[in-house]
Design a protein around this ligand. Structure first.
Ligand code: HEM
Length: 416
């Protein structure tokens, strides 16, 4: 995988020229160093300013209960009343998330969501399980013969990339292209705040991915198969009014949403276990705990750190009345470490009783791929932990991915 370094110098200079970067209160998610260890800063922010107005005029909601309250009770939209997205780059048009289910409200959202659920559901998860088992076994056979592996490239990436491409009917030889394109496209969600060179890279990746998927939809239309794209076409035709371009965008959105995030879940989960040998030992003693390990991994180091909503009516939260059109960033990473919700929240504890978290979002847009991601992680984490039982794992240095999500670019480990 090509690791593209995000250089924010131009962005910071640009902001400085326009009055300075403002006070991010120690938590600037656009600062590349943010990834190294954001949690002490996030904790301090939540304690000092639970409802925090950022320098880019968005409200960060840092408490777990406040996030839940908004997801359940606030009247919100994914877009501003002007119709613009609060986070997307307006020039990022092709392959963009504008027409993706996640960016839609009300009836249009419900219709697209239904269409996707008809095509991707528990039946899909069950159909893919055998292939996931085979893939992780193959990966671990090779890793044990080699004396190590790169957790990201050899395991965390291979599993979701094979699964999502198989589901879509994308041939093996095209998979590598998506390793790069999907990572870059995750920057689209908050591209307005990113430096021009990242926006340019994003638009280019958008063109490439749209070219690919528009062709794929056209090909499948002529010759329907058993894959998700064909299912989406059939489902859309039942509804009768979804243009092919919008269909292609659903497929692109699903591949981006389903790929990077799952790399994050498996990668961050393995890292948390490796860095907490006592917890890894507990897991090895009883691998039927795997679901608890997944939930704790998602809570402790979530693949997505924040999501957005726009208020369509004023809403009172944490003693503040936020106005209509206020842009909210629901700070998942802060909520998941909120001591009012979780005891000793900065400890990775797979035996934690109360581990339900907000890493898959909540409310109308609750993640549609959560069961698929969980199934992939169940096999990857179990196989890795069981088969390295008698080995000492030496973890190498982390390189971050060009993704906007919290995803490592590589994480080599050797066994001795
Ligand atoms: C660990 C892995 C994953 C994480 C952490 C994750 C996280 C999320 C979150 C936080 C949301 C809600 C966003 C919001 O409310 O603004 C979401 C929505 C969504 N996710 Fe996931 N996701 C994961 C895996 C997947 C997979 C594997 C797929 C598909 C193959 C997928 C497809 C979707 C879709 C289509 C939506 C939009 C649903 C809607 O708008 O109604 N996700 N995901």
């Amino acid at each position: 995988m090509e690791t593209v370094k995000l250089d924010y110098t131009a962005y910071n200079e640009n902001i400085a020229a326009n009055g300075g970067p403002g006070d991010w209160k120690g938590v600037n998610p656009f600062d590349p160093d943010y990834r190294i260890n954001p949690y002490p800063g996030i904790n301090a922010l939540r304690e000092a300013d639970p409802i925090n107005l950022t320098p880019v005029n968005t409200w960060r909601i840092n408490r777990f209960d406040d996030i839940q309250n908004i997801l359940r009770n606030a009247k919100t939209s994914q877009t501003l009343s002007s119709g613009l997205s609060p986070g997307f780059d307006p020039l990022d048009r092709r392959g963009s998330f504008l027409e993706f289910v996640l960016n839609k409200d009300g009836d249009e959202h419900a219709r697209l969501r239904q269409m996707i659920v008809r095509s991707m559901n528990m039946k899909t998860v069950r159909a893919m399980e055998g292939a996931v088992i085979e893939t992780v076994k193959e990966v671990m056979d090779k890793a044990l013969a080699d004396g190590g592996l790169d957790i990201i490239k050899d395991l965390a990436m291979v599993v979701p990339s094979r699964m999502v491409c198989t589901i879509m009917g994308i041939p093996e030889e095209d998979r590598e292209m998506f390793d790069r394109l999907t990572a870059i496209r995750t920057n689209g969600f908050f591209a307005r705040f990113l430096p021009p060179e990242v926006q340019e890279q994003l638009r280019q990746a958008g063109n490439d991915i749209a070219d690919y998927f528009e062709k794929l939809v056209a090909t499948r239309r002529k010759n329907l198969g058993n894959d998700l794209v064909s299912q989406l076409i059939i489902s859309a035709d039942q509804d009768g009014h979804i243009p092919d371009e919008q269909l292609a965008v659903q497929a692109i959105g699903i591949i981006v949403a389903g790929y990077e995030t799952t790399i994050g879940l498996i990668g961050n989960g393995c890292r948390s276990l490796i860095e907490h040998p006592d917890q890894l030992a507990l897991f090895r003693q009883d691998t039927s705990r795997v679901n608890a390990v997944i939930d704790e991994g998602l809570r402790y180091d979530a693949p997505i750190h924040f999501i957005w909503r726009v208020l369509t009516e004023p809403f009172e939260i944490g003693g503040k009345l936020l106005p209509k059109d206020a842009v909210l960033w629901l700070h998942i990473a802060a909520g998941n470490h909120d001591p009012l919700r979780f005891e000793d929240p900065d400890t990775f504890n797979i035996l934690r009783e109360r581990n339900a978290n907000v890493s898959f979002g909540g409310g109308a847009h609750f993640c549609l791929g959560n069961q698929l991601a969980r199934m992939e992680a169940r096999h990857a984490l179990t196989e890795f932990s069981e088969r390295t039982k008698h080995l000492k794992i030496n973890a190498g240095e982390i390189v971050w991915s060009p993704s906007f999500f919290r995803v490592m670019g590589n994480y080599p480990v050797t066994f001795s």
